[in-house]
Ligand binder design. Structure first.
Ligand code: ATR
Length: 275
């Protein structure tokens, strides 16, 4: 029998998850269907209840329901607790297991696909919102030499740094943009939402050390203002979040189906050139 999965959100039309999971099912030979489910803004729980009642096995969760899914879950994984957000659910009778694979997806993309081991690297994270919350612990687990968290609203960076400290002894330094002075980093990750509105965080080009990687979490937008700044600073290793998108999906697929699909073909298909 075909096992049913879906991604739930509002809006949902833009989601690439059905394309990705359908490709994974094909290459692994798994008999699944994967659809888009539009839930009313005040109807997350009812919509998920109905999907489960109809035999649904699991769901990805996208905006604006990642918090609702935290409340809905019966078993919240540490990754989802730290992120304060759920991006994948697995249904088993009355139990709802919930995970957040965004952070591991990001790390896997950098370490595996982009061949950038993070151990001993100096990492700068821009932004202190949901995306950073999800990324912090998986990044720290790679034992970088230094992690600096920079945010317009510095208090939020301090909050996140204190939260991370409870789970990992490595100190995360929280700063404002103007406090960066002449600090330079091997990996600079834009986890702000600035690129969604074609804005640029107030960042100076000298943050990019020679040979550094500039990673834009947003995907499919080509050369964002952040990537442009990096390029103008001489950075040749530029990446957007398409690999992270594919890798978090592969993590969810493996969690649901017990087999981890290769992501190369999907990444190739979804890549928008960085020009
Ligand atoms: P997400 O879930 O995508 O992380 P969010 O939780 O709303 O979204 O967080 C957005 C992040 O982008 C915040 O860190 C925000 O900075 P503030 O906390 O100071 O608001 C950051 N951000 C958004 N637009 C920005 C801009 N133009 N320049 C710098 N940072 C920006």
């Amino acid at each position: 029998m075909t096992d049913r999965y879906a991604v739930i959100g509002n809006p949902i039309e833009q989601s690439k998850s059905p394309l990705i999971h359908t490709a994974f099912a094909q290459v692994t030979g798994h008999d699944i269907s994967y659809t888009k489910v539009l839930a009313p803004l005040d109807g997350f729980a009812d919509t998920v209840d109905a999907f489960r009642a109809a035999g649904g096995r699991g769901m990805n969760v996208t905006a604006p329901f990642k918090l609702d899914a935290c409340e809905y879950a019966t078993d919240l994984a540490p990754s989802a607790q730290m992120a304060g957000a759920v991006n994948a659910m697995k249904f088993d009778g009355d139990r709802v297991f919930a995970e957040n694979f965004d952070g591991v997806g990001l790390v896997r993309d950098m370490v595996h696909n982009l061949a950038r081991p993070l151990k001993g690297q100096r990492v700068l994270l821009l932004g202190a919102g949901g995306a950073t919350r999800g990324a912090l612990l998986p990044l720290l687990a790679q034992q970088p030499a230094q992690v600096v968290l920079v945010n317009r609203t510095v208090a939020k960076a301090h909050e996140l740094s204190a939260l991370a400290q409870r789970h990992n002894p490595l100190q995360v330094q929280a700063l404002g943009y103007e406090d960066l002075h002449d600090m330079a980093f091997d990996v600079v990750i834009n986890a702000t939402s600035a690129s969604l509105t074609a804005q640029l965080p107030p960042l100076k080009a000298q943050v990019f050390a020679p040979g550094s990687l500039a990673y834009e979490l947003a995907y499919g937008k080509g050369l964002t203002p952040f990537l442009k700044l990096a390029q103008q600073a001489g950075v040749t290793h530029l990446a957007d979040g398409v690999g992270m998108l594919a890798e978090q999906a592969a993590e969810a697929f493996a969690w649901w189906r017990g087999v981890r699909p290769d992501t190369a073909a999907v990444i190739h298909q979804l890549t928008v050139p960085l020009v």
